[in-house]
Design a protein around this ligand. Sequence first.
Ligand code: CMX
Length: 136
Amino acid sequence: MQTTHIEHIGIAVKNLDESIRFYEDILGLKCYNIEEVADQKVKTAFFMVGQTKIELLESTAEDGPVAKFIEKRGEGIHHIAFAVADIEKSLEHAVDKGIQAIDQKPRKGAEGLDIAFLHPKSTFGVLTELCEDKNK
Ligand code: CMX
């Protein structure tokens, strides 16, 4: 797999507006995009730090993955997303090596990226996202 950088770090929050204020007023970052990802039941807010993004995630439904995460573990780091070259091959490689994939094939995520999640039970406790920006 050719992994180039950390594309983003996903952080689960209860209240998007309140948490945006921390990143803007205290850390001095600028929220450049707010986007709802309906099939993931989340509203997201993005900040750029170097070439890495911070993605804040607020659940839009009680049964969504982020709501379940907060209920079980509280707010905090939810996933790490790695930018890879050729996401189809990268996912296939991980599965061939026995890693459990949540997504059997890449799908569209926030900001038009192609994404696929690997299950935290087979990635040492960290929900791991592979992503590729095919628009670049
Ligand atoms: N990081 C680490 N561990 C996690 C986790 C996370 N984000 N979410 C759940 N877990 C753990 C649970 O605590 C649980 O551990 P224990 O068995 O030790 O209690 C275990 O994984 C399995 O949990 P589960 O209850 O069986 O499964 P869930 O129904 O909670 O689903 C997961 C977990 C990861 C499969 C599900 O959240 C998922 O499919 N995630 C991928 C999609 C997603 O997260 N979308 C939101 C973000 C979308 C975006 O970025 O746009």
